[in-house]
Design a protein around this ligand. Structure first.
Ligand code: PLP
Length: 411
């Protein structure tokens, strides 16, 4: 870091400022985490220099014998960790993993059935502003108005009516467990492929804290940087039957050279997730999310679907009369980072929203437990309901962070 400070003080300053930002506030963004120094070391390594188009043992560049070992380790660890027949660790992101998976299974114009964005689905699940909505004929399912849970009857009805070639399950803002077995049954009934996009819960699956989608889905896509605590990136698991199609879709169809430093960092993260302590972490993330959700609920901030089984909760703020956008601003002023989020059947547009999304991967990595999360919930509620008290909330946030720092040194 000293070298960077000398060479490029402007960028060094930005790195320090970002570290200070993270150290100075509570991070409740459900899709973020703090990677380990070992993951950081792999990311900041000479592997960033290497071109390695192709796959281990089958490259289009010379000199790949060393990076091949990194990719093989990443593949083997992913297969072992998730019990998958095949793994592709090259996708640069969750969006490119989904693009590759669709490319492997669909032709432009084919029909796919996926969760609607306003009900918790991801942009890549068929939004009109994304390639998925532009290139495929997308039919969307959602959650029931009364239970706010996925409407499996609607999924089945839509599948029977539209005969999709692909059914996508998985979401960005769904706090409950997904019934992959029911999705498998529906996919089998209509002869569709089943893709589980488990970008969000993959870390909890890795730690064995929730049931895995791998035994049920033909293809599983995920990101490595959320609860899984790896570098920013994506990966795909699939059956042996689809291995070649998936590999060819990632390279050469969607991507060129893989980011070998990121591939190595993914291997490190998979290795860390195989350790017994990661199972404890994954369980703790959920217990913490439940403690946070309850602390908000007793203060009039209702959890969509009545609670959470995962690392995240979606909070309906209509009962307290504050919009999601305003709550996001007020929390930021009090040193708490979270994001506004539409809730199912939200009367407000996406720029305003009636809800916020909160998640506990970061605070759990920092070592916080349910008692801390009860306090964090009280602080979020105070920040949202009494903006004049932001200074006092900030002081409590600082006191909590004094005990639970994510990074002790500069990288
Ligand atoms: N799929 C789901 C369900 C997600 O939640 C996300 C990101 O939040 C993605 C895909 C896309 O991942 P990325 O941002 O790495 O492209």
């Amino acid at each position: 870091f000293g070298m960077l400070r000398k060479r490029d003080p402007e960028i060094a300053r930005i790195l320090i400022d970002e570290l200070d930002r993270v150290r100075g506030g509570i991070q409740l963004i459900a899709s973020e985490n703090f990677t380990s120094p070992a993951v950081m070391a792999a990311l900041g390594s000479t592997l960033t220099n290497k071109y390695a188009e192709g796959y281990p043992g089958r490259r289009y560049y010379g000199g790949c014998e060393v990076v091949d070992r990194a990719e093989r380790l990443a593949i083997d660890r992913a297969r072992e960790l998730f019990g998958a027949e095949h793994a592709n660790v090259q996708p640069h992101s969750g969006a490119s993993a989904n693009l590759a998976a669709y490319a492997a299974l669909l032709q432009p114009g084919d029909t796919m059935l996926a969760m609607a964005l306003p009900h918790g689905g991801h942009l890549t699940h068929g939004s009109k502003v994304n390639f998925s909505g532009r290139w495929f004929d997308v039919v969307s399912y959602g959650v029931r108005r009364d239970t706010e849970l996925i409407d499996y009857d609607e999924v089945r009805d839509l599948a029977l009516r539209h005969q999709p070639k692909l059914i996508v399950c998985g979401a960005t803002a769904y706090p409950r467990l997904i019934d992959y077995s029911t999705f498998r049954g529906i996919a089998d009934e209509v002869g569709a492929w089943l893709l589980a996009d488990v970008a969000h819960p993959i870390g909890l699956m890795a730690g064995g804290a929730i049931p895995s989608a791998v035994p049920y889905a033909d293809v599983v896509t995920f990101t490595t940087h959320k609860a899984l605590r790896g570098p920013r990136g994506g990966a795909i698991l699939c059956t042996e039957e689809l291995a070649r199609r998936i590999d060819r879709a990632v390279f050469p169809f969607v991507q060129g050279g893989p980011l070998m430093h990121v591939v190595a960092a993914k291997a490190v993260a998979f290795g860390e997730a195989m350790r017994p302590e990661f199972a404890g972490y994954a369980r703790q993330v959920i217990v913490n999310a439940q403690a946070l959700t309850e602390a908000l609920a007793v203060r009039g901030m209702r959890a969509v679907s009545g609670g959470t089984d995962t690392h995240l909760a979606l909070i309906d703020l209509r009962g307290v009369g504050v919009s999601g956008a305003e709550a996001e601003r007020r929390c930021a002023a009090a040193g708490i980072t979270l994001n506004r989020n539409v809730i199912p059947y939200d009367p407000e547009p996406a720029a305003v929203t009636s809800g916020i999304r909160v998640g506990t991967p970061c605070v759990t990595t920092q070592g916080m437990g349910p008692q801390d999360l009860k306090e964090v919930g009280a602080l979020v509620a105070r920040a949202v309901l009494e903006p004049a008290g932001a200074g006092e909330v900030r002081a409590r946030v600082a006191a909590l962070l004094a005990i639970h720092q994510p990074y002790l040194s500069e990288f």
